[in-house]
Design a protein around this ligand. Structure first.
Ligand SMILES: NC(=O)c1ccc[n+]([C@@H]2O[C@H](COP(=O)([O-])OP(=O)(O)OC[C@H]3O[C@@H](n4cnc5c(N)ncnc54)[C@H](O)[C@@H]3O)[C@@H](O)[C@H]2O)c1
Length: 432
């Protein structure tokens, strides 16, 4: 096999894949992007980002001479390795669907066979259900190529640990590069690529593919557990006279065995990864005849946290009052509203008969159609000018909400403690 990878393809030019393709080209690799969506392909070829993500446009510009895209998967035969990063949506039982991965990988397997080109490296980057790569994906590749994995072609499971809004830096300067390998040579080739790709020197962890599948979801499951621990403590401290959650968390985080990350008082976790990766761990446990009570508890506390937010806001609002929900994205620097505290609140208030206004610095009804059912505030001046809005809730800690000033009659729920000042609900309990 050719050991040094130089020419790679990336299947799936979405929120993650377009950033992988662009940064690989930026770092000197020859990259072919492949997507079934001709619009994304056209945008890449025009040097424009196919998705909204900070720094992606700059990365595409930097890699442009080495970056090209196509809708034809057969063209990837000419590359040495292919990253697959299509969706892997959750199924009702908590497992992740293999359907998109299989659909993306199948035509390339067939094309490689037709071309008689062995030693291709298939890199699965989409999150998979533990066991799926060995039990479903590799058998399909062996069947379609007629070859043997580990001898005639290689497979690596290589998920990225990124946060939307910071994907470019997350890819180029990760804490960890995780490589699950079908055979040592495949792992070696991918490790070699990362040594040239990363601009820092991350921990490179190589292991079996099932170990890597379990590692990937365990990282997110651990973080959800930590966030839920924080929220559980906050719910208790809120009810304990004289207790201040900030003091408590500040002290706990000073213990280096715990650390201060994700110990900030705030709201529930959300987005496209944390909730479903944690549920996937519970599913993985069930597949081997076990329970995962910690994962289930993190999920339950997360729901309680959303319900408590709802109760706090309802306690401030009279029946039918108009409420403004500020910050619908699940975190700052992204427009994604999936499973966000703000979306939960807005939807539930509306079902209870409140008029709901929404505001966000990135999420709009155009990029997040779930917001179409609400009245959108174009900016914070519209909020200040409104005579109808009686209650405001800040659900996503966009820094631009810091120091928000509102008319004196408007009540404020500010779980992140951004607005500050002795007004509305901005009391000890509210800073939690
Ligand atoms: N978004 C995140 O924060 C994040 C973080 C870590 C892991 N992941 C994982 O990455 C994967 C992709 O996530 P995303 O957010 O980038 O998804 P996305 O929906 O933004 O993008 C997926 C892309 O794949 C394309 N696609 C679908 N079928 C294809 C095919 N047969 N051939 C080529 N392209 C095809 C789609 O057109 C789309 O452009 C998921 O498994 C997800 O769990 C996502």
């Amino acid at each position: 096999m050719t050991n040094q990878l130089q020419s790679v393809s990336v299947f799936g030019l979405g929120k993650l894949g377009s950033c992988i393709a662009a940064t690989l080209a930026q770092r000197g690799f020859d990259v072919l992007g492949v997507d079934i969506d001709p619009e994304k392909v056209a945008r890449i070829n025009a040097g424009q980002p196919p998705v909204e993500e900070p720094r992606l446009a700059e990365s595409i510009a930097a890699g442009r001479p080495r970056l090209r895209a196509t809708v034809n998967p057969d063209e990837a035969v000419a590359t040495q390795a292919t990253f697959f990063i299509p969706p892997s949506p959750s199924l009702p039982d908590g497992s992740f669907s293999n359907e998109y991965l299989l659909k993306a990988m199948y035509p390339l397997a067939k094309a490689l066979r037709a071309a008689g080109k062995k030693h291709h490296l298939f890199v699965v980057s989409s999150t998979t259900t533990p066991g799926a790569v060995q039990q479903v994906i590799i058998p399909m590749l062996e069947k379609e190529t007629g070859w043997v994995c580990g001898r005639d072609f290689g497979v690596c499971y290589n998920p990225e640990f990124i946060a939307l809004g910071n994907v470019i830096q997350g890819l180029l300067e990760p804490d960890l590069v995780l490589i699950g390998e079908s055979d040592p040579e495949s792992g070696e080739r991918l490790e070699g690529l990362y040594r040239r790709y990363n601009s820092n020197q991350p921990r490179l962890a190589r292991m079996s593919i099932p170990s890597a599948e379990l590692t990937k979801i365990s990282v997110n499951s651990y973080i959800t557990m930590k966030i839920s621990f924080t929220n559980q403590l906050r719910l208790i401290a809120d009810q304990l006279p004289g207790a201040d959650i900030r003091d408590i968390l500040g002290a706990i985080g000073a213990d280096t065995r715990i650390g201060s990350k994700y110990l900030r008082p705030g709201l529930s976790y959300g987005g496209p990864c944390f909730p479903r990766d944690n549920r996937l761990l519970a599913y993985a446990a069930s597949q081997v005849g076990l329970e995962a009570p910690l994962a289930a508890a993190a999920d339950r506390v997360n729901e309680l946290t959303k319900q408590q937010l709802m109760e706090r806001v309802r306690a401030l609002a009279a029946p039918g009052d108009a409420v403004a929900v500020l910050g619908l994205a699940y975190k700052p620097d992204t427009y994604i509203v999936e499973e966000s505290a703000g979306l939960y609140l807005a939807q539930h208030l509306k079902r209870l008969g409140h008029r709901v206004f929404v505001h966000d610095f990135a999420a709009t009804p155009a990029n997040s159609p779930a917001l179409l059912e609400f009245e959108a505030l174009p900016d914070l001046n519209a909020l200040r000018r409104s005579s109808e809005i009686k209650v405001v809730a800040i659900c996503c800690p966009w820094p631009q909400y810091r120091g928000l000033s509102l008319p004196a009659a408007v009540k404020l729920a500010d779980p992140w403690g951004l607005a500050g000042g002795p007004r509305g609900e901005t009391s000890e309990a509210d800073r939690a």
